[in-house]
Design a protein around this ligand. Structure first.
Ligand code: GUN
Length: 285
């Protein structure tokens, strides 16, 4: 069993982003800028936004966080996004999800300028991903693809089983795997007999937020496991969706939690923001 080390790879990617940021600043006078909207006081969302801000600082980006109260109006968020769309110092816009229930999230995501959509949540970028065109790809699944590439894991013709069908992780993950000619199955909360499906997996990707969902008897020998879950165990430790201790014995490769997919998500946000800044810089020439 070999660990897919997201901590090491994310540091390598950060270093590259940092160097390219310096080059962009020196050659074009442009500092990549990321604006984040954080609504309400969910501690997990606040922690994620804080990690993203610190990562921006490490690579030399400009970043600004707009914190808004939980009872904010739709119009107020929309006005802020319009302001960010029109601000030339902002290359990337990130709206931390979930938004409170009074907010129409779809309308908010559709308002973001697709060229600043570094989370890849705008339907324009979703459409480009599913048709295999270049665009912005959601950071978590993009980070998983970077791990496959780093460890020379070939996806062509592999049976890939994605557990979880969210717009943020499961669906874009499936699209990326399909674009690499994998055979893809998507399982979700209404899937009958999950084990029947997971036993077929050469590569099993799980991101649903259920501790120990995947157990030893649900996977075949030699499986590659990507654990995208982040859960807080009763003892306070961070764990994924896979019973790591027992399942890892059967794996050829597995991502640890923490230190697997998590740090890759942040690294991909940085690389998407740099990509946006480079595109904006070349358009301004
Ligand atoms: N909430 C949970 N994951 C994410 C993510 O990747 N991006 C944003 N914006 N919100 C999230």
């Amino acid at each position: 069993m070999q660990l897919l080390d997201g901590k090491v790879l994310s540091q390598k990617i950060e270093k590259t982003v940092q160097i390219k940021t310096k080059t962009l600043r020196q050659s074009k006078g442009l500092v990549p800028g990321l604006a984040v909207i954080l609504v309400g006081h969910d501690p997990a969302s606040a922690a994620y936004v804080n990690m993203k801000k610190k990562a921006c600082d490490r690579v030399g980006f400009y970043s600004v966080t707009h914190e808004m109260p939980a009872d904010i109006s739709q119009a107020a968020i929309e006005n802020t996004i319009t302001m960010m769309n029109n601000n030339p110092n902002i290359n990337g816009i990130l709206i931390q999800l979930p938004l409170p229930s009074q907010i129409d999230t779809t309308r908010i995501l559709e308002l973001v300028d697709p060229s600043k959509d570094v989370d890849g949540f705008h339907p324009y970028n979703v459409g480009r991903l599913t048709t295999g065109l270049d665009g912005f790809v959601p950071c978590t699944p993009l980070g998983v693809m970077a791990l496959f590439s780093e460890y020379n894991i070939d996806l062509k013709g592999k049976n890939c089983v994605v557990v979880g069908a969210s717009n943020i992780v499961g669906k874009p993950m499936a699209a990326l795997l399909l674009n690499e000619n994998a055979t893809v199955e998507i399982c979700h909360i209404f899937t009958d007999d999950l084990k029947k499906h997971t036993l077929n997996a050469d590569i099993l990707l799980v991101g649903v937020g259920v501790i120990n969902l995947i157990k030893e008897d649900m996977v075949k020998d030699g499986v590659i496991i990507i654990d995208i879950g982040i859960n807080r165990a009763q003892n306070g430790k961070l764990v994924g969706d896979v019973d790591f201790l027992n399942v890892s014995k059967k794996c050829s490769y597995i991502t640890p939690v923490p230190g697997g997919v998590g740090p890759m998500t942040i690294a991909m946000l940085l690389s998407n923001t740099l990509k946006a800044a480079q595109t904006h810089a070349s358009e301004r020439e």
